[in-house]
Design a protein around this ligand. Structure first.
Ligand code: ADP
Length: 267
């Protein structure tokens, strides 16, 4: 694999799916957490992953951008293998530089907002575009203001995280991810740590992004969001994808007993 092939420019983007995993296996010690997971996310799709706690949802998301190393299988983002590359016919671990370059193209929104506490909302958003992408500061600031407006926080650019509610912090975190102009957004239970009355404002931003055509993989317990916003729903249980399909197929016509049993507990 040459460096040019990792180029993020549109002419080098492949036309295949945005994400593809093949027979992913991940263990923590003797605990088999992903047991041969295959899935695909097409461009512009919102895929929502649901399932009981401990089924491997978060680990799957973290494997996609190599925050966790897999034990076997392969992952491709935009046609490029993640974390590994071919060298003389062998698969070897990719360089830190290439892995960082891949990560810069993937937005990750965590359950905990992970904002830099000593930086204002605006400073949080401009940090990576300036220091990682080396974009001109005035352009980055202009774009950050547009993004703050988009997430409904135009008047909060000078606020430090501790002066913002959890919902506001999470919206800054989303704006910060978007400032890198990602080709893919991963959301790991982005609303689970929020007080119930703050969940809606974050889901609204996520819904808007999905409607604008962002490619998204969303791990969530918000079944209403999954039903309304997902193009495709994946149900995981015990380290495997048990069933997947349209929201209608999963929520109204589930074939698998485990899916039906899970849904009867959460709906
Ligand atoms: P889910 O997101 O579906 O709740 P997770 O992917 O968080 O599931 O966890 C799947 C399994 O992997 C659980 O048994 C969990 O305890 C285990 N696990 C997750 N992260 C780690 C880790 N860093 N070290 C050891 N075990 C882990």
């Amino acid at each position: 694999m040459t460096l040019e092939k990792l180029d993020n420019s549109p002419q080098n983007a492949s036309n295949g799916p945005m994400v593809r995993t093949e027979q992913l296996v991940k263990r923590f010690g003797s605990n088999l957490v992903l047991n041969g997971v295959d899935f695909t996310v097409d461009r512009g799709q919102t895929v929502v992953i649901i399932g009981p706690s401990g089924s491997g949802k978060t680990t799957l998301l973290r494997c996609i951008n190599h925050l966790e190393k897999i034990d076997s299988g392969r992952i491709f983002i935009d046609g490029q293998m993640v974390g590994y590359r071919e060298q003389n016919g062998k698969i070897v671990e990719d360089s830190e530089k290439n892995i960082a370059r891949m990560r810069a193209q993937v937005g990750f929104v965590f359950q905990r907002f992970n904002l830099f506490a000593h930086m204002t909302a605006l400073e949080n958003i401009i940090e990576a575009p300036i220091h990682v992408l080396r974009q001109p500061k005035d352009e980055v600031i202009e774009r950050a203001r547009v993004l703050l407006d988009k997430v409904g926080l135009a008047n909060k650019e000078d606020a430090y995280p501790h002066r913002l509610s959890g919902g506001q912090q999470q919206r800054v975190a989303i704006a910060r991810a978007l400032a890198m102009n990602p080709k893919l957004m991963l959301f790991d239970e982005a609303t689970s740590a929020l007080d119930p009355e703050l969940v809606g404002e974050v889901l609204k931003v996520m819904r808007q992004l999905a409607e604008e055509g962002m490619t998204m993989v969303v791990v969530t317990h918000e079944m209403g969001f999954a039903r309304d916003v997902a193009d495709h729903v994946i149900f995981m249980d015990k380290a495997q994808i048990v069933e997947q399909g349209s929201p209608q197929q999963i929520f109204n016509e589930a074939q698998n007993e485990r899916t039906r049993s899970f849904l009867s507990r959460v709906l």
